[in-house]
Design a protein. Structure first.
Length: 324
């Protein structure tokens, strides 16, 4: 083979090999950014969907674990920043409303909802699973519910499943009466909760923000009512987006009561019967869990564009209860 021909062959081979390597690298990068990716940093888990931030799970040195921010359709932030950050234009009320969390205001007489002196804390004890995946990511953790005296009242196992498409994630929590009887007290202050972005709240945005329940109740009439699901939607940066919370039929006291406020608090609360129904019996909503037993609650969150009808919230709920 002539030297010139040999040189051309070598150049071609080198170029072809370089293209193969570049293609492999591109495929590798693409694979890493597709689906749900969960990575651990010192005080939180970083959760991305298809290479973009979805939320972070804060679990270390906090009053209770929480998820912040919550990024919805179009990359729009759907939960309030304060008290994690303090941008202009946000109310500084209810410092315990940390984006998305689970807590209750009366467990064996101790407040696990607020963050003031004398309140309990939910303390992270470890992860059982942190798993990324093309279609789904999973976080399973263990936590202790600790009173102000340092004694553990109960424990929990919780699982967060986030899907790579559809703006959907599931939250499941099993609470164990591991340290004696546990009584969930009757109070409106609870329980599976999210604090929405300021621009989404009903107050001050009447006409563009709305609350809708499966029962047919709307806006202010939704507070304290029982329903299979509740949807809260409003504008963020000029675009209408919403969050629906689905109460699973297997949950105790399904359909749940909804502690949903015009200032942006949005919570499913299965324990606040007296408050919601204005009963004479102040303990009507109490639920006692005998020592050694456990109780499980399951919820699905659906982040969507437009209103509840355009987003087919009712249909999505049916898919949820059918296991889809």
């Amino acid at each position: 083979m002539h030297s010139a021909t040999a040189s051309r062959v070598l150049v071609f081979a080198s170029s072809f090999l370089a293209l193969l390597c570049a293609s492999a690298a591109e495929d590798s990068t693409k694979a890493k950014t597709q689906g749900v990716q969960i990575s651990e940093v010192p005080d939180r888990l970083h959760i991305e969907i298809n290479g973009k931030l979805f939320t972070e799970y804060f679990f270390r040195d906090v009053p209770r674990p929480y998820y912040y921010p919550l990024i919805g359709p179009g990359g729009l932030a759907m939960t309030r920043n304060w008290p994690m950050k303090s941008p202009p234009g946000e109310e500084h009320d209810h410092p315990h409303h940390r984006s998305l969390w689970f807590g209750h205001g009366d467990i064996n007489g101790i407040d696990f909802w607020a963050e003031k002196a004398g309140c309990g804390k939910t303390v992270h004890r470890g992860f059982d699973k942190i798993e990324s995946g093309e279609k789904m990511g999973i976080i399973s953790s263990r936590n202790d519910w600790v009173g102000p005296d340092g004694k553990t009242i109960c424990t929990d196992n919780r699982t967060f499943r986030v899907f790579s498409d559809g703006g959907v994630f599931d939250f499941e929590i099993t609470i164990h009466a591991s340290n004696g009887d546990v009584t969930f007290g009757d109070t409106k202050e609870g329980t599976m909760a999210v604090r929405l972005a300021e621009s989404m709240k009903l107050k001050g945005h009447e006409g563009t923000a709305h609350i809708v329940e499966s029962s047919g109740a709307h806006d202010a009439a939704t507070w304290g009512k029982k329903a299979d699901w509740c949807d809260y939607y409003g504008p963020v940066e000029g675009k209408t987006v919403g969050i629906a919370i689905f109460d699973h039929p297997k949950n105790p006291r399904h359909p749940t009561w909804w502690h949903v406020r015009d200032y942006g608090l949005f919570a499913a609360n299965p324990f606040g019967q007296n408050d919601f129904e204005n009963l004479k019996d102040k303990t009507a909503g109490n639920l006692k869990l005998p020592a050694g037993q456990n109780i499980t609650f399951r919820y699905r969150f659906y982040l969507h564009e437009a209103d509840e009808k355009q987003a087919q919230v009712a249909q999505k709920y049916q898919e949820y209860i059918k296991g889809k």
